[in-house]
Design a protein around this ligand. Sequence first.
Ligand SMILES: Cc1cc2nc3c(=O)[nH]c(=O)nc-3n(C[C@H](O)[C@H](O)[C@H](O)COP(=O)(O)OP(=O)(O)OC[C@H]3O[C@@H](n4cnc5c(N)ncnc54)[C@H](O)[C@@H]3O)c2cc1C
Length: 413
Amino acid sequence: METYKYVIIGGGLAGQRGADGIRKVDSEGSIALVTAEPHAPYQRPPLSKGYLRGEEGLDKVYLKEEAYYAQNGIELVSGVRANEVDPAARRVTLDDKRTLRYEKLLLATGGHAWRLPIAGNNLLGVFTLRTIEDANAIRETAQGSKRALVVGGSFIGCEVASSLAQLGLGVTMVFPESRLLEPIAPPELSAWLHAMYEGNEVHILSGHTPEHLGGHRKVDHVTIRGDDSHLLEVDLVVMGVGIRLNTELARSAGLEMAEGGGVAVDATLRTSAPNIYAAGDIAAWPDPTFGKRLRVEHWDVARQQGLRAGQNMAGEGKPYTALPYFFSDLFDFSFEVWGNLASWDRVALRGSLESGSFAYYYFDEGKLMGVLASGRPDEERKPMQALVRERPVYEDVATKLPDESVELNALIE
Ligand SMILES: Cc1cc2nc3c(=O)[nH]c(=O)nc-3n(C[C@H](O)[C@H](O)[C@H](O)COP(=O)(O)OP(=O)(O)OC[C@H]3O[C@@H](n4cnc5c(N)ncnc54)[C@H](O)[C@@H]3O)c2cc1C
């Protein structure tokens, strides 16, 4: 049995940042980073954007150069899965039969892409997108293809559709919601996105679902169900229909789970087992801004939580207080979101869609929940975040936010 001061399970962003966080506080304690994928830790956003289009290389995907791990005393155990965690014995069993003892453990096991359970979903040419291998396979197939179907109208679907269209494919998007990015976009933003997609030759079938994928070994058609059920000929299908969390280890270790399936952690990102922490897509933490448990599947949360968890494992014990943040790039439109847009009932708009400089402020039951911004002046970035943290009531700010002569700073108490 090998003994490490710290063991990290998961070689995504949260796992790698966990190692960074440990090293910020403890320059010597031994670290093993175990990851099932046959890669050094990497980040996923380029996989649906520049890397998928062949504009960026793996250097934009891997988080650190290979030498970093040895130079920082981090033993990288890649291509190996952790099968079991025993919190009482502080032991992790790996699928290569090794057993690692730890003083502190970080679970950063993320999620895996879900595949719609419909007929034909395993035909050649039908993909999900989570890993480098997925992106390589989609890109390779796209090279010899003319028509792609993208299933899903949320982030991955929108990003993949935009990348495939930029690669010159004729793209159809199909999703059951009535409009693009429905959960986070006000109707007029969705309409504006629809126009942008259609203008880039992407055909949108909202309110429809794929019923059956057909072909001899390789997909070549799909039947679409909706108001006008029909058959589409396709060379390639990408499903961007969400992920399932990799929480089997946490569950079998008996860790407390949160409602909705994440691993429950306290303000310092510690799980119900005193020496085990969790970060990234799997962690459900008590968020101080919104006064409730949140779990967020976004890059910046993995980045910041990984770091904080690592620092806390090495002895800092500070609360995680970062405001949830994410970004997306669709054609040449980029936007950022701060806060929690899980539920909202009203918005106030500053700027305009037509000018390319706008910020939607989202309210729920009268209180500010978050902001979605694109092309706003740099001076507004900090006040936007400060406003979301302060959570003003609708009546106090709704008429002032659209008035660009009112500085955002003036709205902060
Ligand atoms: C294509 C794509 C594009 C994205 N773009 C954006 C974006 O533009 N903006 C944004 O905010 N977010 C984006 N995201 C989301 C973001 O990448 C995720 O939130 C982030 O990857 C979560 O990091 P994580 O470390 O928690 O988990 P993951 O990245 O899922 O990493 C978990 C790792 O743990 C490994 N693992 C799991 N179980 C075990 C085990 N038992 N033993 C060993 N290893 C194990 C997995 O194989 C994986 O390597 C994107 C995601 C994808 C897939």
